[in-house]
Design a protein around this ligand. Structure first.
Ligand code: FKS
Ligand code: ZN
Length: 354
């Protein structure tokens, strides 16, 4: 296949180190949906179609992480597994799952000594197991997002960070929704921090994952230099439930730099692509100099945990429309749980873009 230009994919070669066993669902532990095979399928499909080059990430130092995440949260992530196993050597065979949280009226300025309390302080749900290899995988995933950003800063039209665990539910100081480090936020901030010479002053994040990227929105909510736009399942019925409503438009200096387009379960591509048009027009109006796409393909009709009805061929059109925005673009892989189709769907976006 003829390529107008090659696209670099930065593949997280350590992603399979993060392999949760179970997530809590309606009082039972059920097998995780966010499995290593997801990324394996995307990689295989990229290679099958020979779309660009696949490479491991470059190593970035922790300063790129502290631009988004708090030091005490990063310290927790880096040490959590050792603390867990120190409680009981038998814990080495069990994942960490949160079970207690600092909800309204509780203090969050104190990090308790109790390990379960620490897990609760730094998390938002019991669907996100932390495993022996979670930190190593998430850290390499951040390097993928930063490497793809670096490629775009160096002049590439676009680059793809192919990694898991995903990122858009991770906040400044909490994990949840299968996410630990917010890869899209790291990419956006890196574009701003390193993009001065390239004339990058404003960045847009377009989140097309089925779920609202509550972490990303919250990180940039009061910022005028990062526009966050998201098309997602209505949080009244869909995860993450407590953020992602249409009346969230940003705060303070960031007022007007946040756009949520919640859509009902059952939404088809006609309605979804009208929302995409709306979001991209808002991004153009904002005057973004670069684009980060939170690329989830759980909008697919066959997705087991989502409610939209996009078909595989639709993702080609999505990629074409993203490219037509004409911005330097970092694509960051997020959700998509129809494991057998996730490769075709994600790579259709890449191919459509090219
Ligand atoms: C299923 C409950 C599902 C959690 C859904 C998390 C979605 C994660 C995602 C990401 F992109 F981050 F991976 N609850 N029994 O797709 O948004
Ligand atoms: Zn999702």
């Amino acid at each position: 296949m003829a390529l107008k230009y090659p696209m670099k994919t930065f593949y997280n070669h350590l992603h399979a180190q993060h392999q949760g066993k179970f997530e809590m669902f309606r009082g039972a532990l059920v097998p995780c949906y966010e499995v290593p095979a997801r990324a394996d399928h995307v990689l295989a499909e990229l290679q099958r179609r020979k779309l660009g080059t696949v490479q491991p990430p470059l190593p970035f130092d922790d300063a790129a992480l502290t631009a988004i995440h708090s030091p005490r949260y990063l310290n927790f992530l880096a040490t959590a597994w050792d603390q867990w196993v120190a409680l009981d050597p038998a814990n080495a065979e069990r994942d960490i799952l949160p079970s207690v949280w600092a909800t309204r009226t509780f203090r969050t300025d104190i990090e308790p000594d109790n390990f379960s309390a620490k897990v609760g302080l730094y998390s938002s749900d019991a669907g996100t197991p932390f495993t022996s290899g979670t930190w190593v995988a998430a850290r390499a995933g951040a390097d993928c997002a930063l490497s793809a950003t670096q490629a775009v800063l160096a002049g590439d039209r676009a680059a793809f960070a192919l990694s898991r665990p995903p990122g858009h539910h991770a906040g400044m100081d909490f994990f949840g929704g299968y996410c630990f480090l917010n890869n899209a936020a790291l990419a956006a901030q890196h574009l701003l921090n390193q993009g001065k010479a390239a004339g990058i002053k404003k960045v847009a994040i377009l989140d097309v994952d089925y779920h609202h990227g509550n972490g990303t929105q919250a990180i940039f909510y009061d910022r005028p230099d990062v526009f966050y736009a998201s098309i997602h399942g209505d949080p009244r019925t869909e995860f993450p439930f407590f953020l992602g409503y249409a009346d969230e438009m940003g705060a303070g200096a960031g007022l007007g730099a946040n756009l949520n387009i919640p859509l009902p379960r059952g939404t088809d591509f006609a309605r979804w692509s009208a929302a995409l048009e709306h979001a991209l027009q808002a991004i153009t109006h904002f005057g973004a100099d670069a684009l980060v796409v939170s690329l989830g393909v759980d909008t697919f009709e066959g997705d087991p945990i989502s409610g939209f009805t996009l078909k595989s061929a639709d993702y080609l059109a999505v990629g074409q429309r993203l490219a037509a925005a004409g911005l330097p673009t970092v694509l960051v892989f997020e959700g998509g749980y129809a494991v057998a189709d996730v490769g075709v769907n994600a790579v259709n976006v890449v191919e459509g873009f090219l």
